[in-house]
Write a protein that binds this ligand. Structure first.
Ligand code: IPM
Ligand code: MG
Length: 373
């Protein structure tokens, strides 16, 4: 089959990790007889530098005309450290989410057996963790009215949710729970926030349609603690925009590195796939960033296109690289080979095309280019 993929490399390490995800997709194309037509587009600090606009209209057009969008990362310290900046890279991503109607952000978190020791959390606490966070992505405080008083001494961010906005993601999350361990935890702050009370009411109502799923509620402060204390209690977590942003970074600690967490942002017409990590400017251009989150995002992209077998092949490739210890520095274990970003990408692409390679020397063959020469 033929697919149009919009590629937005973005800022910092975005281009390096996205290049590895593209390699994986190309290998999938060769192996399973698909054609991926990649079209690059600008967004973020790089787009501001080149066009003055963090999200040029052309990018929106390219994304709207694609079957899926693969995105790298956004952000640059020169904007982070300037609170007076009127134009910011992140505005590009937020506008794109809104323009494409990407209301549902899916962030899987799991503890890879091979990486249990990489997490600062105790092995017995995280072993077996398998959570998916459903984060509402186009509403709440991110998109509410913002104001700064004339004298610059008072600021305001409004948080607004409508029942429609809550309902559409809630259905998606319940359906996901039905195909998993049938538990859904709504994370909110209903003891304080009016919007959270509307979430509880709406989700409780919808739960009646999904009687096989157990619904639980947790205040976000308690949830932040429970995710670290006992992450295995969770199956599907459903939450609003800001809480989802915060708890998904927190939950990434379970996986041993934020460099492993992939995400899908889904709407009715469009879908975008991106690692949850940021632009990691300190690592830019050094070929050291972990590409696995981006590669796993490519797997989620394939699943979205209905290519489950192909998505599986990528996941097996990632698992193989972890098992063999062909990993970047951030998740390097005792017996691991510290590989560059591009080497890890090369290994996974190579695995996809040589999955039957039962040679006992598998590791040496795949590491060959750098160790033997
Ligand atoms: C994320 C990021 C973004 C967000 C930033 C870059 C605007 O942190 O996708 O989690 O806050 O949504
Ligand atoms: Mg975030």
């Amino acid at each position: 089959m033929k697919f149009n993929i919009a590629v937005i490399p973005g800022d910092g390490i975005g281009p390096e990790v996205t290049a590895q995800a593209k390699k994986a997709l190309q290998a999938i194309g060769d192996q399973y007889d698909h054609t991926f037509i990649f079209k690059e587009a600008l967004m973020g600090a790089i787009a501001i530098d080149k066009t003055g606009n963090p999200l040029p209209d052309e990018t929106i057009e390219i994304c709207k005309n694609s079957d899926a969008v693969l995105f790298g990362a956004i952000g640059d310290p020169k904007y982070d450290n300037d609170p007076a900046a009127k134009i910011r890279p992140e505005q590009g991503l937020l506008k794109l989410r809104k323009e494409l109607g990407l209301f549902c952000n899916v962030r899987p978190v799991k503890a890879y057996e091979k990486l249990l020791k990489n997490s600062p959390l105790k092995e017995e606490v995280i072993k077996g963790t398998d959570i998916v966070i459903y984060r509402e992505l186009t509403g709440g405080i991110y998109f509410g009215e913002k104001k700064l008083s004339e004298d610059g001494k008072k600021a305001f961010d409004g948080c607004v949710y409508s029942t429609e906005e809550i309902e559409r993601i809630t259905h998606v999350a319940f359906k996901a729970a039905q195909n998993r361990k049938k538990k859904l935890t709504l994370v909110d702050k209903a003891n304080v926030l009016e919007t959270s009370r509307l979430w509880r009411k709406t989700v409780t109502e919808i739960a009646k349609e999904y009687k096989d799923v157990t619904l639980e509620f947790l205040f976000v402060d308690n949830a932040a603690m429970q995710i670290i204390l006992n992450p295995k209690q969770f199956d599907v977590i459903l939450t609003e925009n800001l809480f989802g942003d915060i708890i998904s970074d927190e939950a990434s600690v379970i996986g041993g590195s934020i460099g492993l967490l992939a995400s899908a942002s889904i709407g009715t017409e469009n879908a975008l796939f991106e690692p949850i990590h940021g632009s990691f400017p300190q690592a830019k251009g050094k070929d050291i960033a972990n590409p696995l989150a981006s590669i796993l995002s490519a797997a989620m992209l394939l699943e979205h296109l209905g290519l489950d077998e192909e998505a599986d092949a990528i996941e097996r490739g990632v698992q193989k690289s972890l098992n063999l210890g062909i990993t970047t520095e951030d998740i390097k274990g005792k017996n691991s080979y510290s590989a560059t970003t591009s080497k890890v990408g090369h290994f996974i692409a190579d695995y996809i095309q040589n999955q039957d390679d039962s040679n006992l020397n598998f590791q040496n063959i795949h590491m060959g280019q750098s160790t033997i020469i």
